[in-house]
Design a protein around this ligand. Structure first.
Ligand code: PLP
Length: 427
């Protein structure tokens, strides 16, 4: 039995939940309203959101500027197909993304989800080589990486640690090596490129932070090294900025922070500020040029039905307005300082292995996760929405979170982790 409104119990028999063993899962919490950084539950309780709905709601919920833009767009035109028809929101957004992204990343292909945008990037890379008369069938990616849940993207996720290990043997076999963070790993990465280089269409990487793989950070030199190696071995670089892009690390894009221009970039999560699904695959001019010929066969044969949806693009344009008009990147830097101070006491908790912060990402890593559902419940009781997974208790708050709320959030993270660690027997 579940408490809560009747629609919850009624729907729960039919809704198949994400990443969930349905037999043992506790009922999800019914949310009836969300505003700013607060979620309101059906029973009237409020939670401070430390996750931003899978890293999307960077301006907070129901931001009036985004709301107004979507409402106005709905009056005019919710959607038209991008084949043969055009609308202002998608075209303006493309121009704005091109202006914001580093280098000549300037050809924007829309889709509706992150995974699909990575699929498109990979398809682009393979066809880039085909159009140049080369057949390259494989990708190189990194351990700890995550790029989506569709089949081709699963093949470039971490093969063992990832959530897709069940499908090993079914997925296309890619080349997966450690990120080149030290001498030995650099050598292994270079070697893999030497051996397989002519058969690799692209290297796929999450720049600076591997998110779903456990919020693991690497430095700008590592990313630069990857770019240089791709250049010297003549393979394309796909930077999956779906998580880190659009301000999360205190720069608009992670690649920009490293002074690196990838050949193809993917964006999604924060693109519409958490209001509507939208993703983009953005290519450099030289990638686009391989498709820009007199041969119809050289065209990119792809076109998601809802690509460039007008409501979603209106939300994304409004979100970019907010990055222009409000001090979002400064806010992220202030959050970074708040997380550093607020989470530091967690270092002394038994069972805590690491505490780390980068931009608006704060992580308490434990030696081993125990009693996960119990831990999640404790956070709700403490009035915050924090969803630990793997071996981490982390937060990715909306960029607009105020100092007091951030303090409440980090205090809850430290106190709940301390009480939990005591009770599950870390000493
Ligand atoms: C979330 C995520 C994806 C997948 O995006 P979906 O919209 O869930 O398909 C891909 N890559 C990275 C880095 C992500 O964080």
């Amino acid at each position: 039995m579940t408490d809560g409104p009747p629609w919850l119990a009624g729907g729960l028999r039919h809704i198949w939940l994400p990443y969930t063993q349905m037999k043992t899962v506790p009922a999800p919490l019914p949310v009836t309203h969300a505003e700013g950084v607060r979620l309101t539950l059906a029973d009237g309780r409020e939670l401070i959101d430390g996750i931003s709905s899978w890293w999307t709601a960077v301006h907070g919920y129901c931001h009036p500027h985004i709301e107004a833009a979507v409402k106005a767009q709905l009056e005019d035109l919710p959607h038209v197909m991008l084949g043969g028809l055009a609308h202002k929101q998608a075209y303006r957004l493309g121009e704005r993304l091109a202006a914001l992204l580093p280098g000549d990343l300037s050809r924007v292909f829309y889709s509706e989800s992150g995974s699909v945008s990575v699929e498109i990037a990979m398809k682009m890379a393979v066809q880039y080589w085909l159009n140049k008369g080369e057949r390259r069938t494989r990708f190189l990616s990194f351990t700890g990486g995550y790029h989506g849940d569709t089949f081709m993207t699963m093949s470039v996720c971490d093969p063992e640690e990832g959530m897709h290990s069940l499908f090993t043997g079914v997925l296309p076999k890619q080349i997966v090596v450690d990120l080149p963070t030290d001498g030995e790993k650099c050598a292994a990465f270079e070697k893999a490129l030497e051996i397989h280089g002519r058969n690799i269409a692209a290297v796929v990487t999450e720049p600076l932070v591997q998110g779903a793989g456990g919020m693991v950070f690497h430095d700008v030199e590592t990313l630069r090294r990857i770019r240089e190696a791709c250049d010297s071995h003549g393979v394309l670089l796909i930077a999956d900025e779906i998580f880190v892009g659009l301000g999360r690390l205190g720069h608009m894009f992670a690649c920009e922070a490293a002074g690196v221009v990838p050949d193809i970039v993917t964006l999604s999560k924060a693109l519409t500020g958490g209001t509507l699904p939208l993703a983009a695959t953005i290519a450099c001019e030289h990638v686009f040029d391989a498709f820009y010929t007199d041969d119809p066969e050289d065209a990119l044969m792809h076109g998601p039905t809802y690509m460039g949806n007008a409501l979603a693009c209106a939300a994304a344009n409004a979100s970019l307005d907010l990055f222009e008009d409000e001090p979002r990147l400064d806010q992220v830097r202030a959050i970074e300082a708040g997380l550093r101070g607020g989470l530091a006491p967690a270092r002394d908790i038994p069972g805590v292995q690491d505490v780390r912060v980068r931009g608006a990402i704060g992580v308490i890593q434990v030696e081993e996760m125990r009693a996960l559902d119990d831990l999640k419940r404790r956070f709700v009781e403490a009035g915050v929405w924090v969803r630990p997974f793997r071996d981490i208790i982390y937060t990715t708050p909306p960029y607009v979170i105020e100092k007091d709320d951030l303090g409440t959030l980090t205090r809850a993270m430290v106190e709940v982790t301390a009480a939990w660690a005591r009770e599950v027997g870390f000493a």
